[in-house]
Write a protein that binds this ligand. Structure first.
Ligand code: AMP
Length: 453
C-alpha cells in the first residue's frame, strides 16, 4: 500500500467554492460556516473526487463536516426513492454518535436525506423499527451494530460510503474484529474515509491496509501541534486528598466557563464528584457505570450550563463538543500521550482559548515527563501558595526527564546509622500504580484493551 503524504493546500477562502450541492451549501450557510477549517479544506475536495482518505486530524478541528459534507453530497445527487442504507458512520462512543447525528441532520436539513442512530444503551426493538424504515445514513457504535446485524435487522450491502471516525479510539476500545466484520458487510462500497486523532500504531496500520484502497493520507497536525491551542500546566500534589484540595481551590479561583475533571477510573470519578458535592460545588459525573439516560442528561445539562463542572472518565474525552469548555483538569494523569491529547482536545475548540492542568504526585511524575517528551513540550510548573504541599517533583531527574530512583535508607535501631534498604524480592503481581509499559514511542500503556469507562 502506497501512502502519500500531502502538504496542506492553501485554505480555501469560502465553502461556496466547493462543488457541493446547493441544498447542502444552504445548510452550511445557515450554520454560519463561511471559511472551511484546514481539515475541511484538505479533505472535502479529495473526498468529492471519490478518493479513499486516511485523515489524521485534531479533535475539534472540524473533521465531522470534513466527512459529512462530501458524504451527503453523494447521496443528495442520487435522487429516487430511498430503499437502502447508503452511508455508514462507525464511531467509538454513544456521545460522539449522538453529536454526529445532530451534525448530519443539520447539514441535510434541506434535502430528503434521513439518518438513524444505532448505539448501545438504547431500546433494541425501537432501533429495529427505525431500521425497517431504512435511513439513508446510519451512525453507530460497532457492538450494537453487530447485534442488529446478527439479529437480521441490518443490511449493509448497499452502503456506498463508509466512514470510520476516531478509528484509533475504536481500536483502543477493543473493537478491531467488530470493525473488520462491519467493513466486510459494506463490501460494495465505493469510498472509505478513515479519521483518527493520532497516527496510531500497528493495529491502525493493519486495518488501514485491509479496508482502504490506495488512500491519500492527510496529515493535518503533528502530535506536538495537537495540543498547541491550550495552555498546559502541572501542579505538584502529595496524594489524592491533596489533589481534591487543589481542585477545590482551582474551581474557586480560576476564571472559566466550563470545566471537566478527568479521572482514570469510575471509582475515582465518583469520589471526586462526592467531594465536590460535599463542598457545595454543583457538578455532574459521567462514566460507564451510569446508565445511558443519566449520561445523556448529564451531558445535556452540562452543555446548557446547569453546572459548570463535569467529572468524567475517558468515555467523555472523545468527540464531546461543548461550547465554552475552557478548563480541563487531569486528576489522574492519562495513561498515554494520545489519551492526554484527546482529553485536552476538549478545550480550545474551534479557535477558543483553553487551559489544561494536570495534578502530579510522585506516582504520576514519570508518566507526565514521558508525555512531555512525546509532545515535545514542557508543561508550565505552577505553584499555588494557598494549597502548596511537600512534593516538589523528584530531587534528581535523568536526561530523559524521569525521576532517578532514590533508594531510601533505613536507620539501624541499635547503631542509629543509616543502611541501604534491603532489595525487595520481585513479586509476581505488578504494583497497582505502576504503568504497564513505557509511553516512549507511544505504544498504548494498557496490556489489554481497556473496558470503556
Ligand atoms: P468537530 O471537530 O467536527 O467536532 O468540530 C468542532 C466545532 O467546530 C463544532 O462545534 C463545529 O460546529 C465547529 N466548526 C466546524 N467547522 C467549522 C467552520 N468551517 N466554521 C465554523 N465552525 C466550524
Amino acid at each position: 500500500m502506497q501512502l502519500e503524504f500531502t502538504h496542506l493546500p492553501e485554505v480555501t477562502p469560502v465553502f461556496s467554492q466547493f462543488a457541493l450541492h446547493e441544498r447542502i451549501l444552504k445548510a452550511v450557510a445557515e450554520l454560519k460556516f463561511v471559511e472551511p477549517t484546514p481539515v475541511q479544506a484538505a479533505a472535502i475536495p479529495l473526498a468529492l473526487q471519490g478518493r479513499d482518505l486516511r485523515v489524521t486530524a485534531q479533535t475539534g478541528s472540524g473533521k465531522t463536516a470534513a466527512f459529512v459534507l462530501p458524504m451527503l453530497n453523494r447521496l443528495a445527487d442520487l435522487g429516487g426513492p430511498r430503499v437502502e442504507i447508503r452511508a455508514l458512520i462507525l464511531l467509538p462512543t454513544r456521545e460522539l454518535a449522538q453529536q454526529t447525528l445532530k451534525q448530519v441532520e443539520l447539514f441535510s436539513q434541506f434535502t430528503y436525506i434521513k439518518s438513524g442512530l444505532v448505539t448501545g444503551g438504547e431500546d433494541f426493538k425501537e432501533q429495529a423499527a427505525m431500521l425497517r424504515k431504512v435511513p439513508d445514513v446510519l451512525i453507530g457504535t460497532p457492538g450494537r451494530l453487530l447485534e442488529q446485524l446478527n439479529a437480521g435487522n441490518l443490511d449493509l450491502s448497499h452502503v456506498q460510503v463508509l466512514v470510520l471516525d476516531e478509528a484509533d479510539r475504536m481500536l483502543d476500545m477493543g473493537f478491531a474484529e467488530d470493525m473488520e466484520r462491519l467493513c466486510k458487510e459494506c463490501e460494495n462500497r465505493e469510498q472509505t474515509l478513515l479519521f483518527s486523532a493520532t497516527t496510531g500504531g500497528a493495529a491502525l496500520r493493519d486495518i488501514i491496509g485491509k479496508i482502504l484502497k490506495d488512500p491519500e493520507h492527510l496529515m493535518l497536525n503533528s502530535v506536538s501541534q495537537l495540543a498547541e491551542g491550550t495552555r498546559q500546566q502541572i501542579i505538584m500534589a502529595d496524594h489524592d486528598q491533596h489533589k481534591e484540595k487543589i481542585i477545590h481551590w482551582l474551581l474557586d479561583n480560576e476564571t472559566f466557563q466550563k470545566a471537566i475533571i478527568f479521572t482514570n477510573t469510575r471509582v475515582a470519578a465518583d469520589r471526586v464528584y462526592g467531594h465536590l458535592v460535599a463542598k457545595d460545588i454543583k457538578a455532574f459525573v459521567l462514566h460507564g457505570d451510569k446508565d445511558q439516560k443519566d449520561r445523556k442528561l448529564a451531558i445535556e445539562r452540562f452543555k446548557q450550563g446547569g453546572s459548570k463542572v463535569l467529572v468524567a472518565t475517558d468515555v467523555a474525552a472523545r468527540g464531546l463538543d461543548i461550547d465554552g469548555l475552557d478548563l480541563v483538569i487531569n486528576f489522574d494523569m492519562p495513561r498515554s500521550g494520545d489519551e492526554y491529547v484527546h482529553r485536552i482536545g476538549r478545550t480550545g475548540r474551534a479557535g477558543g482559548e483553553g487551559l489544561a492542568i494536570s495534578l502530579i504526585t510522585h506516582n504520576d511524575w514519570n508518566l507526565m515527563s514521558s508525555i512531555e517528551r512525546y509532545l515535545k513540550q514542557q508543561f508550565q510548573r505552577r505553584l499555588i501558595k494557598e494549597v502548596k504541599g511537600t512534593y516538589n517533583g523528584p530531587k534528581k531527574v535523568k536526561a530523559s526527564g524521569k525521576a532517578v530512583g532514590v533508594k531510601k535508607k533505613k536507620v539501624d535501631k541499635k547503631t542509629g546509622e543509616k543502611k541501604a534498604a534491603a532489595k525487595r524480592k520481585p513479586t509476581a503481581k505488578p504494583r497497582p500504580n505502576a504503568p504497564l509499559a513505557s509511553v516512549d514511542g507511544m505504544a498504548p500503556l494498557k496490556k489489554r484493551a481497556p473496558k470503556p469507562e
